[in-house]
Design a protein around this ligand. Structure first.
Ligand SMILES: Nc1ncnc2c1ncn2[C@@H]1O[C@H](COP(=O)(O)OP(=O)(O)OP(=O)(O)O)[C@@H](O)[C@H]1O
Length: 263
């Protein structure tokens, strides 16, 4: 069943740090079951945008509706319930070094079980983690290893397994291909697309990698000087007709974008 109500609807989102205006009136709709890629230069505010949606940063103004409910004014407890529905793949996977892989994958489930008094046994959690590892192309036996024993590509897969472990209806990907070779980047993108489709999730990815943006995204938006200056099909990123997007996506030195070297 399709819906006309955006899964995520952002209006007039503003955030400044002291005198530095990072987000200056962001409007963004992400429709259910679609993937939105947000591109933009270093320091353009992509992470701040994701952190505002996650409730880790309080915006100065604006609304962030998830399934039609503005989550900005929610109490910490009600907001936590919203965040539990979001799976996140962090840049550099962000695994806990001291925990075996299976426990990294099941971490959110075990924590959420403790919060809700519906405890999952460690044996169940480990079996579930094994199934998640299989979904990202890893053998369940990898669950016994520690993150330091894995390659960067395997760590990303584990991070993805963790992101999907709670069957979230929203997935966020922060620079999913950073630090990977181009082939491994394509493999991770393929897994991301498979996972998002299998779960029917709505996704937002932030990236500098244009090949990745086109593989992952249905829609794309570019953040520049605090605003979304362009939105369109991800497939049109290299041929947007917008001179700012064009300079960025083609990596041209000359063009309307002036690089700020001091922030
Ligand atoms: N907690 C904070 N306190 C002060 N300034 C911050 C804070 N978080 C982010 N900023 C500033 O906000 C701006 C945008 O940062 P952000 O991390 O969102 O950029 P980005 O687009 O994700 O960059 P990159 O692609 O390099 O990761 C930067 O100038 C950064 O220094």
């Amino acid at each position: 069943m399709t819906s006309d109500i955006p899964k995520i609807r952002i209006r007039g989102l503003c955030k400044a740090f002291g005198p530095k205006i990072v987000l200056d009136g962001i409007d963004l709709d992400v429709m259910p079951g679609t993937s939105m890629v947000v591109i933009g230069g270093s320091g353009s505010g992509k992470s701040v945008l994701l952190r505002c949606i996650l409730g880790l940063i309080t915006p100065d103004a604006g609304s962030i509706e998830i399934d039609g409910v503005d989550v900005v004014p929610l109490s910490a407890r009600r907001r936590e319930a919203v965040i539990e529905r979001i799976g996140m793949l962090f840049q550099n996977a962000a695994l806990f070094d001291s925990l075996p892989v299976w426990e990294n994958v099941a971490f959110g489930l075990l924590a959420s079980g403790r919060r809700h008094g519906a405890r999952m046994s460690r044996a169940e959690a480990r079996a579930h983690a094994g199934r998640m590892l299989e979904q990202v192309g890893l053998d369940p036996s990898v669950g016994a290893l520690f993150p330091a024993e894995l390659s960067g590509g395997m760590q990303k897969r584990v991070g993805l397994a963790r992101a999907i472990a709670g069957q979230p209806d929203i997935l966020f990907f922060d620079e999913p291909t950073t630090g990977l070779d181009p082939i491994m980047g394509a493999v991770i993108d393929g897994l991301i697309v498979d996972c998002v489709r299998r779960l029917g999730s709505t996704a937002i990815a932030i990236t500098h990698d244009m090949a990745s943006a086109q593989r992952i995204g249905d829609q794309a938006a570019m953040l520049y000087q605090g605003r979304l200056i362009w939105q369109g099909a991800a497939g049109a990123l290299l041929d947007s007709g917008n001179p700012i997007v064009d300079q960025f996506t083609h990596g041209r030195r000359e063009g309307p974008i002036s690089m700020e070297l001091r922030r």
